[in-house]
Design a protein around this ligand. Structure first.
Ligand code: NAD
Length: 252
């Protein structure tokens, strides 16, 4: 028996990086994964490679119409949704002075609106089944003052706060839904390589305790996502789980 055996899980932005690793790990542990991305070809490649009955759907998370269409398809095909990983994201390297209103709205349309819409449209379907686990990908950017990630940090701060609001709402309304935010820092993915201008330099990361400053691997985040998706974490809701090899807790 896998740790998420029989669960139906939707992962957004799953054609690359963390979303692809989360999808693969959930499938390995027995979930049927709906792999969605604005880049359909990338989502299809991931769904084919992970197996376990995974399907791929084209899905721009900033569009409410597309969220409704994705939920309708999931309900018709599987009749339930147990896990939502709101993972899709983009990065913009600009401080407040260099951020246009248009760019600010673009970043927030994907990461703030996208997470809001995901939760709004997933909750009714989760409630038709046995409830569920919502996992929202925030960032250490929601916790620290990064000058050059102004709009990105604004969106990730909103994700952190929306998570806690939904976690408490679910309890107040008696829903069997947990909602947590994950705050990665410096995991080797195309996004981080782009932000740091080092396209194509992903390295193998050794197992065991990592020295400070060593980047993480997408599988490090996927392990946490599987735990939050599984019933092993049934007593955890409204939490912000930092996964950054200690970067945010160092006083020097
Ligand atoms: P990535 O660039 O490898 O993957 C992001 C994916 O999101 C891509 O497949 C892209 O096509 C998709 N996407 C972009 N716009 C979309 C849209 N409108 N609708 C649907 N999909 C869309 O990046 P990643 O590093 O894997 O990041 C995944 C998530 O983790 C993001 O939310 C990111 O902010 C967060 N995060 C990553 C790190 C890190 O160190 N890599 C740190 C903190 C937070």
């Amino acid at each position: 028996m896998g740790r998420v055996q029989g669960k139906v899980a939707l992962v957004t932005g799953a054609g690359s990086g963390l979303g692809a690793a989360d999808s693969a790990a959930l499938a390995r542990e027995g979930a049927t994964v709906i792999v969605t991305d604005v880049n359909l070809a990338a989502a299809q490649a991931v769904a084919e490679s992970i197996g376990g009955g995974a399907i791929a759907l084209a899905h721009d998370v900033s569009s409410e119409e597309q969220w409704i269409a994705v939920m309708t398809q999931i309900e018709q095909r599987f009749g339930r949704l147990d896990v939502l990983v709101n993972n899709a994201g983009v990065v913009l390297s600009a401080d407040v002075e260099d951020t246009s209103l248009e760019k600010f709205r673009w970043v927030n349309s994907i990461m703030t609106d996208g997470v809001f819409l995901g939760m709004k449209h997933a909750i009714p379907l989760m409630n038709k089944g046995d409830g569920g686990s919502i996992i929202n990908m925030s960032s250490v950017g929601a916790l620290l003052g990064y000058p050059i990630f102004f709009a990105y940090s604004a969106a990730k701060g909103a994700v952190r706060a929306m998570t806690k609001s939904v976690a408490v709402m679910a309890q107040v309304k008696g829903y069997k839904i947990r909602c947590n935010s994950v705050h990665p820092g410096a995991i080797e993915t195309p996004m981080v390589q782009e932000a740091e201008g080092r396209i194509g330099e992903a390295k193998d990361i050794p197992a065991g305790v990592l020295p400070f400053g060593t980047p993480g691997h997408p599988d490090d985040v996927a392990a946490l996502v599987v735990f939050l998706a599984s019933d092993e974490s049934r007593f955890i809701t409204g939490a912000e789980l930092v996964i950054d090899n200690g970067v945010t807790i160092r006083p020097f």
